[in-house]
Design a protein. Sequence first.
Length: 66
Amino acid sequence: MDEQSYTEQIDEQVERGNYHAAINIAISGLNHHRRNNDQEGVDRFIQIIKDIVAKLEQEFGSSNSA
Protein backbone atom coordinates (compact mmCIF):
# COMPACT_ATOMS: atom_id res chain seq x y z
CA MET A 1 0.00 0.00 0.00
CA ASP A 2 1.29 3.42 -0.93
CA GLU A 3 0.14 5.31 2.15
CA GLN A 4 1.45 8.61 0.78
CA SER A 5 -0.76 8.19 -2.28
CA TYR A 6 -3.79 7.62 -0.04
CA THR A 7 -3.06 10.70 2.06
CA GLU A 8 -2.45 12.83 -1.05
CA GLN A 9 -5.80 11.71 -2.48
CA ILE A 10 -7.50 12.45 0.84
CA ASP A 11 -5.93 15.91 1.02
CA GLU A 12 -7.02 16.67 -2.56
CA GLN A 13 -10.61 15.70 -1.81
CA VAL A 14 -10.70 17.73 1.40
CA GLU A 15 -9.34 20.77 -0.46
CA ARG A 16 -12.18 20.37 -2.99
CA GLY A 17 -14.71 20.07 -0.19
CA ASN A 18 -15.50 16.50 -1.21
CA TYR A 19 -15.53 15.12 2.33
CA HIS A 20 -17.50 12.03 1.38
CA ALA A 21 -14.75 10.90 -1.00
CA ALA A 22 -12.04 11.82 1.52
CA ILE A 23 -13.64 9.70 4.22
CA ASN A 24 -14.19 6.80 1.81
CA ILE A 25 -10.52 6.83 0.82
CA ALA A 26 -9.50 6.98 4.47
CA ILE A 27 -11.77 4.03 5.29
CA SER A 28 -10.18 2.08 2.43
CA GLY A 29 -6.76 2.77 3.93
CA LEU A 30 -7.98 1.77 7.37
CA ASN A 31 -9.43 -1.49 6.01
CA HIS A 32 -6.18 -2.28 4.22
CA HIS A 33 -4.26 -2.02 7.48
CA ARG A 34 -6.94 -3.90 9.40
CA ARG A 35 -6.79 -6.82 6.96
CA ASN A 36 -3.02 -6.93 7.47
CA ASN A 37 -3.28 -6.79 11.26
CA ASP A 38 -1.40 -3.47 11.29
CA GLN A 39 -2.85 -1.68 14.30
CA GLU A 40 -0.48 1.27 13.94
CA GLY A 41 -1.75 1.84 10.39
CA VAL A 42 -5.36 1.49 11.54
CA ASP A 43 -4.72 4.09 14.22
CA ARG A 44 -3.16 6.49 11.68
CA PHE A 45 -6.21 6.27 9.43
CA ILE A 46 -8.59 6.67 12.36
CA GLN A 47 -6.74 9.90 13.16
CA ILE A 48 -7.04 11.00 9.52
CA ILE A 49 -10.81 10.39 9.70
CA LYS A 50 -10.98 12.39 12.94
CA ASP A 51 -9.10 15.22 11.21
CA ILE A 52 -11.59 15.19 8.34
CA VAL A 53 -14.49 15.33 10.79
CA ALA A 54 -12.83 18.22 12.62
CA LYS A 55 -12.55 20.06 9.30
CA LEU A 56 -16.25 19.39 8.65
CA GLU A 57 -17.12 20.71 12.09
CA GLN A 58 -14.97 23.79 11.55
CA GLU A 59 -16.55 24.51 8.19
CA PHE A 60 -20.18 23.59 8.81
CA GLY A 61 -20.73 23.24 12.55
CA SER A 62 -22.52 25.81 14.62
CA SER A 63 -20.44 28.14 16.75
CA ASN A 64 -21.96 26.45 19.81
CA SER A 65 -20.68 22.97 19.03
CA ALA A 66 -18.29 21.43 21.52
